[in-house]
Design a protein around this ligand. Structure first.
Ligand code: AMP
Length: 250
């Protein structure tokens, strides 16, 4: 079964993001970028499926500026076989990404598509669900376990208060949660090998998708600064404060 994995380039999870002075977004100039952590988990799962003989080929897809090719190379170094880069400098929102992925899925015909459950830059958590909807495919979101059987894919999902297992008929779509696996670090020989793996370039126009944003960001602001705590001398004082100041008990 061919597996297609969508990998997004985002601000590195260890970087403290700063809001631009004009509040139009976050500072991206000279900021360390990396593969979205949930997408790393998606690549790792695809590679493990290939190692178990369940996947035959892994295609890593990324959409965005030229620098996305570095993210695709990371996926190739982890074990993906080839890449597809949809090159655009336009702002991409989940619906546009889902429409472009649909066009690529229709051309590639994978048996399984794996996405991250959300991108840590916009926290949208929408693209996988939209893509499954557009394709009319079954979906298993927030996966913490994937089992591939004969023509079916069992996905254990992290839901409020426990786990749920759904059985999907292939072809199907899965989005990854944090506990699915621990992504590997690419070894130096694999990083070298990845340089020779092919990356096909496409454009939104060639895929027939209008990527014009449907949503407008009005402003981006830092969360309010946390106020310092205070020490109370007694339980009675704590209860009084919870009643009178915090208003959380009556
Ligand atoms: P989101 O719906 O924006 O939170 O993103 C969820 C997932 O969709 C990500 O983890 C990726 O797997 C995929 N995705 C979103 N944007 C892109 C992109 N520009 N290129 C490739 N994959 C993407």
């Amino acid at each position: 079964m061919k597996v297609l994995v969508a990998v997004k380039r985002v601000v590195d999870a260890n970087v403290k993001v700063r809001v631009k002075a004009d509040k139009t977004g976050v500072e991206l100039a000279n900021i360390k970028m990396a593969m979205n952590p949930f997408c790393e988990i998606a690549v790792e799962e695809a590679v493990r499926l290939k190692e178990k003989g369940k996947a035959t080929e892994i295609v890593a897809v990324s959409m965005g500026p030229q620098s996305c090719q570095e993210t695709i190379r990371t996926a190739l170094a982890m074990g993906a076989d080839r890449g597809v880069h949809v090159k655009t400098d336009a702002e991409l929102q989940p619906l546009a990404v889902a429409k472009m992925l649909k066009a690529i899925v229709e051309a590639e015909k994978p048996g399984l598509v794996i996405l991250g459950k959300q991108a840590i830059d916009n926290d949208c958590n929408q693209t996988g669900q939209m893509l499954a909807g557009l394709l009319g495919w079954p979906q298993g979101t927030f996966a913490s376990k994937i089992d591939i059987g004969d023509g079916k894919i069992d996905v254990t999902r992290e839901i409020d208060g426990g786990l749920e297992t759904v059985s999907l008929k292939a072809p199907a779509l899965v989005t990854t949660d944090l506990r699915l696996n621990e992504p590997r670090y690419a070894s130096l020989p694999n990083i070298m090998k990845a340089k020779k793996k092919p990356i096909e370039e496409k454009t939104p126009e060639a895929l027939g998708v209008d990527v014009t944003p449907r949503l407008k960001t009005l402003k981006v602001e830092e969360p309010p600064k946390r106020k310092g705590g205070v020490k109370v001398a007694s339980i009675q004082e704590l209860v009084d404060k919870l009643k009178a100041e915090a208003g959380v008990i009556q």
